[in-house]
Design a protein. Sequence first.
Length: 280
Amino acid sequence: MPAARPRLLYVTDLAYQARGRRYCDEDVHLTSRLRAHFDLALCHPLDAAALMDGFDAVVVRNSGPVLGHQKEYDAFRAQALAAGTRVYNPLTGKADMAGKQYLLDLTAAGFPVIPTVDRAEDLDRLPAAERYVVKPKHGADSLGLRIVPGGRVAGLATGDVLVQPCVEFAYEVSFYFVDDDFQYALYAPDPERRWELRPYPATAADLEFARRFIDWNDLGYGIQRVDACRAPDGSLLLVELEDLNPYLSLDALPEEARDAFVTAFTASLSRFAQGVPIPA
């Protein structure tokens, strides 16, 4: 049985360098707050498999892309699943946690996503465009992303990359959830400055859009970030559903909103570490 104060192994790469973001600052802040409620230890993602047996739950936060240590990450997943280790976010995520296949699946299912295909014979399913975005199926942080002219795209769509029309959008906006509960939204008014974020007043229609993807992923527990863009016709289109280790941009929030998020995160972790079932 978990102790009165659950023991958490908090997985983060404090040295990871991300464009426009300081992962280490976010995790220093979060862990300083969580220590009031949990017995807490931090470790690098490469050390998680060796250390996790001594804890009630493992929290994967700003651990960076797994591409640089895919073999070790796969071993960590396999070990955690075999042992029944509680990992937060749960390892059942169907979105970025499992690669980018979900963008193809959601496109085929008619969800409001940027239209996505992976083969040259399916390019006619995309809106005609002068330029296309081509990115790896297992990419992260825009690694390997290219923008190519329409005349070159067919030769690149070989099944191992994703192809999307290059959408001219007004801005990008992200919706942040803890479990199934909306917490806050942030947006980048300037499309050229993705990580210069401001609080965004989400409308009921915006939240209905975002919740479709939260409901589809059906995690129950965990932090998720729904990234979208505002298309020329005014609609929102999904860019990414981050369900592995989403950066939270807490420094862009006013103090009251940041505290409310930490409170919700702490409560969720407490229930999760103690094995409280997800309400039906």
